[in-house]
Design a protein around this ligand. Sequence first.
Ligand SMILES: Nc1nc2c(ncn2[C@@H]2O[C@H](COP(=O)(O)OP(=O)(O)OP(=O)(O)O)[C@@H](O)[C@H]2O)c(=O)[nH]1
Length: 203
Amino acid sequence: MEDYKFLFKVVLVGNAGVGKTCLVRRFTQGIFPPGQGATIGVDFMIKTVEIDNEKIKLQIWDTAGQERFRSITQSYYRSAHALILVYDISCQPTFDCLPDWLREIEEYASQNVLRILVGNKVDREDREIPAQVGEDFAQRHSMYYLETSAKEAHNVENLFLQIAAELMEQMRFKELPRYEQEQAHSINGRTTAIGDSCCSRLS
Ligand SMILES: Nc1nc2c(ncn2[C@@H]2O[C@H](COP(=O)(O)OP(=O)(O)OP(=O)(O)O)[C@@H](O)[C@H]2O)c(=O)[nH]1
């Protein structure tokens, strides 16, 4: 029997071609896949990670960015514990679409879903969106922010491990008796920040 303490569902969304599949493959298989087609509908992969000696199973859903799959992919938002919204730092239109993605998330995801904005392809020389612009956007919309490169394995492991750690902390917090929760609120600012949809940078 598989033993793990928590199972979390993480869903990746964002325009076609921003690198969602490559991020998932990099994390779950340690590879940067050579030329592969666009995702059709949704795909999913599993990886178990260990944090503070606890096994956490991540079920990672990779959705198709293409518009024609939108009704299928939307149905996966609801059960997500975390949503990773990806854009390509070298492609302005993928950044300009973020408000549309946020509207989708508002409409279909659970209200307290953990939301992370990811600017992918930082290895590219032809950056169009400065890191500060991405970070400001994330801050305005109460999201975490991280820049990655699936190609060069930059920050990819970090992204998923931080999500797992954050979700685990949320679960632990929920398990505490009420009076301890109140104490935690006053002692640990970070705990408060999660529930109150404050913004912060994953580092
Ligand atoms: N330079 C660079 N290219 C990347 C990176 N990540 C992905 N790519 C390239 O971007 C293209 C699209 O990658 P995918 O992972 O298929 O993109 P996707 O977001 O899953 O696309 P859909 O499945 O259509 O939604 C491929 O040619 C990848 O090789 C990266 O970090 N750096």
